[in-house]
Design a protein around this ligand. Structure first.
Ligand code: ADP
Length: 201
Protein backbone atom coordinates (compact mmCIF):
# COMPACT_ATOMS: atom_id res chain seq x y z
CA UNK A 1 0.00 0.00 0.00
CA UNK A 2 1.24 3.46 -0.93
CA UNK A 3 -0.09 6.64 0.61
CA UNK A 4 0.25 9.52 -1.85
CA UNK A 5 -0.61 13.08 -0.90
CA UNK A 6 -1.22 16.05 -3.18
CA UNK A 7 -0.33 19.49 -1.86
CA UNK A 8 -0.35 22.98 -3.33
CA UNK A 9 -2.05 26.34 -3.06
CA UNK A 10 -5.73 26.73 -3.99
CA UNK A 11 -6.28 26.48 -7.73
CA UNK A 12 -3.00 24.63 -8.32
CA UNK A 13 -4.88 21.60 -9.70
CA UNK A 14 -5.03 19.28 -6.69
CA UNK A 15 -8.54 18.05 -7.39
CA UNK A 16 -7.96 17.70 -11.15
CA UNK A 17 -4.67 15.84 -10.81
CA UNK A 18 -5.68 13.59 -7.93
CA UNK A 19 -8.68 12.43 -10.00
CA UNK A 20 -6.53 11.80 -13.07
CA UNK A 21 -4.02 9.80 -11.06
CA UNK A 22 -6.84 7.74 -9.57
CA UNK A 23 -8.19 6.99 -13.07
CA UNK A 24 -4.72 6.01 -14.29
CA UNK A 25 -4.19 3.60 -11.39
CA UNK A 26 -7.68 2.09 -11.75
CA UNK A 27 -7.07 1.55 -15.47
CA UNK A 28 -3.98 -0.38 -14.48
CA UNK A 29 -5.97 -2.69 -12.27
CA UNK A 30 -5.04 -1.18 -8.91
CA UNK A 31 -7.30 -0.80 -5.90
CA UNK A 32 -7.47 2.91 -5.22
CA UNK A 33 -9.10 5.20 -2.69
CA UNK A 34 -9.19 8.92 -3.47
CA UNK A 35 -9.93 10.98 -0.42
CA UNK A 36 -9.48 14.57 0.71
CA UNK A 37 -9.08 16.95 3.61
CA UNK A 38 -10.98 18.66 5.04
CA UNK A 39 -13.16 15.52 4.93
CA UNK A 40 -16.87 15.19 4.24
CA UNK A 41 -17.34 14.01 7.83
CA UNK A 42 -18.93 16.00 10.64
CA UNK A 43 -15.73 17.73 11.73
CA UNK A 44 -14.74 18.37 8.12
CA UNK A 45 -18.11 20.06 7.59
CA UNK A 46 -17.35 22.51 10.38
CA UNK A 47 -14.01 23.32 8.74
CA UNK A 48 -15.54 23.69 5.25
CA UNK A 49 -18.16 26.06 6.60
CA UNK A 50 -15.41 28.11 8.23
CA UNK A 51 -13.42 28.27 4.98
CA UNK A 52 -16.58 29.40 3.18
CA UNK A 53 -16.95 32.15 5.80
CA UNK A 54 -20.36 30.85 6.94
CA UNK A 55 -19.23 30.27 10.52
CA UNK A 56 -16.23 31.42 12.51
CA UNK A 57 -13.91 29.74 15.02
CA UNK A 58 -10.87 31.21 16.70
CA UNK A 59 -7.57 30.04 15.18
CA UNK A 60 -6.67 27.61 17.96
CA UNK A 61 -10.06 25.89 17.77
CA UNK A 62 -9.68 25.66 14.01
CA UNK A 63 -6.21 24.09 14.36
CA UNK A 64 -7.61 21.50 16.77
CA UNK A 65 -10.56 20.83 14.46
CA UNK A 66 -8.15 20.15 11.58
CA UNK A 67 -6.22 17.69 13.73
CA UNK A 68 -9.47 16.03 14.87
CA UNK A 69 -10.73 15.85 11.30
CA UNK A 70 -7.49 14.06 10.41
CA UNK A 71 -7.75 11.45 13.18
CA UNK A 72 -11.38 10.86 12.11
CA UNK A 73 -10.25 10.63 8.48
CA UNK A 74 -7.49 8.11 9.19
CA UNK A 75 -9.70 6.03 11.47
CA UNK A 76 -12.13 5.54 8.59
CA UNK A 77 -9.63 4.47 5.93
CA UNK A 78 -8.96 0.74 5.62
CA UNK A 79 -5.43 1.14 4.27
CA UNK A 80 -4.90 -2.61 3.92
CA UNK A 81 -7.76 -2.82 1.38
CA UNK A 82 -5.99 -0.65 -1.18
CA UNK A 83 -2.90 -0.57 -3.37
CA UNK A 84 -3.02 3.22 -3.28
CA UNK A 85 -4.64 5.76 -1.02
CA UNK A 86 -4.48 9.26 -2.53
CA UNK A 87 -5.34 12.29 -0.44
CA UNK A 88 -6.09 15.71 -1.89
CA UNK A 89 -4.38 17.72 0.89
CA UNK A 90 -3.08 16.42 4.23
CA UNK A 91 -1.18 17.76 7.21
CA UNK A 92 1.25 19.91 5.24
CA UNK A 93 -1.74 22.06 4.13
CA UNK A 94 -2.78 22.36 7.73
CA UNK A 95 0.75 23.30 8.91
CA UNK A 96 1.12 25.81 6.11
CA UNK A 97 -2.13 27.68 6.61
CA UNK A 98 -2.46 27.48 10.39
CA UNK A 99 1.20 28.29 11.19
CA UNK A 100 0.44 31.84 10.13
CA UNK A 101 -1.19 32.21 13.54
CA UNK A 102 -0.38 29.07 15.59
CA UNK A 103 3.08 27.81 16.56
CA UNK A 104 4.24 25.26 13.97
CA UNK A 105 5.75 22.93 16.57
CA UNK A 106 2.41 22.73 18.35
CA UNK A 107 0.68 21.88 15.06
CA UNK A 108 3.24 19.16 14.37
CA UNK A 109 2.81 17.82 17.91
CA UNK A 110 -0.99 17.46 17.67
CA UNK A 111 -0.46 15.52 14.43
CA UNK A 112 2.27 13.28 15.81
CA UNK A 113 0.28 10.08 15.33
CA UNK A 114 -0.97 10.87 11.84
CA UNK A 115 0.24 8.34 9.25
CA UNK A 116 3.21 9.60 7.26
CA UNK A 117 2.70 9.82 3.49
CA UNK A 118 4.95 7.66 1.29
CA UNK A 119 5.14 10.53 -1.14
CA UNK A 120 4.02 14.15 -1.26
CA UNK A 121 3.44 15.65 -4.70
CA UNK A 122 3.61 19.44 -4.53
CA UNK A 123 1.97 21.14 -7.51
CA UNK A 124 4.03 24.24 -8.10
CA UNK A 125 1.93 26.95 -9.76
CA UNK A 126 2.29 30.75 -9.70
CA UNK A 127 -0.26 32.39 -7.36
CA UNK A 128 -1.36 34.69 -10.24
CA UNK A 129 -2.23 31.65 -12.39
CA UNK A 130 -4.14 30.05 -9.50
CA UNK A 131 -6.23 33.17 -8.89
CA UNK A 132 -7.11 33.34 -12.60
CA UNK A 133 -8.18 29.69 -12.56
CA UNK A 134 -10.25 30.16 -9.40
CA UNK A 135 -12.01 33.30 -10.68
CA UNK A 136 -12.79 31.72 -14.04
CA UNK A 137 -13.99 28.39 -12.77
CA UNK A 138 -15.75 28.80 -9.45
CA UNK A 139 -18.81 30.58 -8.17
CA UNK A 140 -17.38 31.47 -4.78
CA UNK A 141 -14.09 32.61 -3.27
CA UNK A 142 -12.92 30.97 -0.05
CA UNK A 143 -10.89 32.21 2.87
CA UNK A 144 -7.16 32.54 1.91
CA UNK A 145 -8.04 32.94 -1.80
CA UNK A 146 -6.53 36.31 -2.65
CA UNK A 147 -3.21 37.05 -4.28
CA UNK A 148 -1.32 38.34 -1.22
CA UNK A 149 -2.49 35.38 0.85
CA UNK A 150 -1.63 32.87 -1.87
CA UNK A 151 1.88 34.33 -2.24
CA UNK A 152 2.43 34.13 1.51
CA UNK A 153 0.98 30.63 1.68
CA UNK A 154 3.19 29.41 -1.17
CA UNK A 155 6.35 30.76 0.49
CA UNK A 156 5.31 29.14 3.73
CA UNK A 157 4.55 25.83 1.96
CA UNK A 158 8.02 25.70 0.42
CA UNK A 159 9.68 26.50 3.75
CA UNK A 160 7.72 23.85 5.65
CA UNK A 161 8.18 21.18 2.95
CA UNK A 162 11.93 21.80 2.99
CA UNK A 163 12.18 21.49 6.75
CA UNK A 164 9.99 18.37 6.82
CA UNK A 165 12.15 16.82 4.10
CA UNK A 166 15.28 17.32 6.14
CA UNK A 167 13.96 16.80 9.67
CA UNK A 168 11.21 14.21 9.17
CA UNK A 169 12.49 12.45 6.03
CA UNK A 170 9.29 13.35 4.24
CA UNK A 171 9.52 12.36 0.56
CA UNK A 172 8.49 15.38 -1.52
CA UNK A 173 8.42 15.78 -5.30
CA UNK A 174 7.85 19.19 -6.86
CA UNK A 175 5.79 19.12 -10.05
CA UNK A 176 5.54 22.11 -12.35
CA UNK A 177 1.79 22.61 -12.48
CA UNK A 178 1.62 25.55 -14.92
CA UNK A 179 1.52 23.25 -17.96
CA UNK A 180 -1.55 21.67 -19.58
CA UNK A 181 -3.63 19.30 -17.48
CA UNK A 182 -2.47 16.31 -19.58
CA UNK A 183 1.21 17.27 -19.37
CA UNK A 184 1.06 17.70 -15.60
CA UNK A 185 -0.59 14.27 -15.34
CA UNK A 186 2.22 12.73 -17.43
CA UNK A 187 4.86 14.44 -15.28
CA UNK A 188 3.23 13.07 -12.12
CA UNK A 189 3.23 9.53 -13.52
CA UNK A 190 6.91 9.91 -14.52
CA UNK A 191 7.78 11.17 -11.05
CA UNK A 192 6.00 8.22 -9.42
CA UNK A 193 7.73 5.78 -11.77
CA UNK A 194 11.12 7.29 -10.96
CA UNK A 195 10.41 6.95 -7.25
CA UNK A 196 9.47 3.27 -7.73
CA UNK A 197 5.92 3.96 -6.60
CA UNK A 198 4.27 2.26 -9.59
CA UNK A 199 5.14 -1.40 -9.23
CA UNK A 200 3.89 -3.75 -11.98
CA UNK A 201 2.47 -1.00 -14.17
P1 ADP B 1 -7.52 22.86 -6.58
O1 ADP B 1 -8.19 21.55 -6.23
O2 ADP B 1 -6.04 22.83 -6.37
O3 ADP B 1 -8.14 24.07 -5.96
P2 ADP B 1 -8.63 22.38 -9.21
O4 ADP B 1 -8.10 21.08 -9.65
O5 ADP B 1 -10.03 22.45 -8.69
O6 ADP B 1 -7.65 23.05 -8.15
O7 ADP B 1 -8.43 23.38 -10.41
C1 ADP B 1 -8.94 24.72 -10.35
C2 ADP B 1 -9.48 25.07 -11.74
O8 ADP B 1 -8.38 25.18 -12.64
C3 ADP B 1 -10.41 24.01 -12.31
O9 ADP B 1 -11.46 24.62 -12.98
C4 ADP B 1 -9.53 23.22 -13.27
O10 ADP B 1 -10.26 22.73 -14.36
C5 ADP B 1 -8.52 24.27 -13.72
N1 ADP B 1 -7.21 23.65 -13.97
C6 ADP B 1 -6.60 22.68 -13.26
N2 ADP B 1 -5.39 22.36 -13.76
C7 ADP B 1 -5.21 23.18 -14.83
C8 ADP B 1 -4.13 23.34 -15.79
N3 ADP B 1 -3.01 22.59 -15.73
N4 ADP B 1 -4.30 24.28 -16.74
C9 ADP B 1 -5.44 25.03 -16.77
N5 ADP B 1 -6.48 24.93 -15.94
C10 ADP B 1 -6.38 24.02 -14.95
Amino acid sequence: MKFIVFEGIDGSGLSTQSHLLKEYLLMNGKKVLLTKEPTDGLIGMLIRNTLRKRIKFDEMTLALLFAADRTDHLANIKFAHYDYVISDRYYISNFTYQSQTIDLNFLIEINRYARKPDMVLFLDVKPETCIERIIHNRDHIELYENIEQLKLVKENYLKILKSMQSENNLVVTYIKGDKSIEKVNKDIISALTEANMLENI
